[in-house]
Write a protein of this length. Structure first.
Length: 128
């Protein structure tokens, strides 16, 4: 009886670490939904860019240097930040844009659910 409970606890631990690993990798399809709900008010991901929109076009942002997307008037803070965006850095930025780029103009915090963050960043990484 006690042995079964212990085994169950071990199995549960394994299961939750497996789902954590899946979440860490991120799910681009789920991330697309998050993007529509949380980012698309200010950002597009169309291949032809989006001059005049509130935020820069984010297609190809993973691997790009901060503040260098075409046709967007970035803040001086973002232009001078010298960040090369990878998935971890975008996650850190979403957790607190002013903390990562003080004086930047992305007025936004979140999403805060780690799965949502992983998924939306995986979605951006999937766009070439
Ligand atoms: C309220 C509008 C708004 C929302 C919502 C928003 N952003 Fe932004 N974002 C901006 C603005 C404005 C900038 C440019 C910041 C600057 O120049 O300092 C920016 C910049 C960025 C950058 C840096 C781009 C580059 O080329 O250097 C990333 C990455 C980014 N946003 C990701 C996201 C993601 C992912 C979401 C959704 C989870 C999101 N943003 C939601 C307005 C927004």
């Amino acid at each position: 009886m006690i042995r079964n409970i212990l085994l169950g606890a071990v199995a549960l631990g394994l299961m939750s670490s497996a789902s954590y690993a899946a979440a860490a990798a991120g799910d681009p399809a789920a991330g697309q939904q998050i993007f529509q709900a949380r980012c698309a008010a200010c950002h597009t991901v169309t291949p032809d860019g989006n001059p005049g929109f509130t935020g820069p076009n984010l297609r190809g942002v993973v691997g790009r240097k901060s503040g260098t997307g075409a046709g967007f008037p970035y803040s001086d803070a973002m232009k001078g930040a010298g960040i090369t965006w990878d998935q971890e850095k975008i996650k850190a930025y979403l957790a607190g844009p002013p903390a990562m780029v003080p004086g930047g103009k992305m007025a936004f915090v979140g999403p805060t659910d780690p799965d949502d963050v992983n998924n939306v960043v995986a979605y951006l990484a999937s766009l070439k």
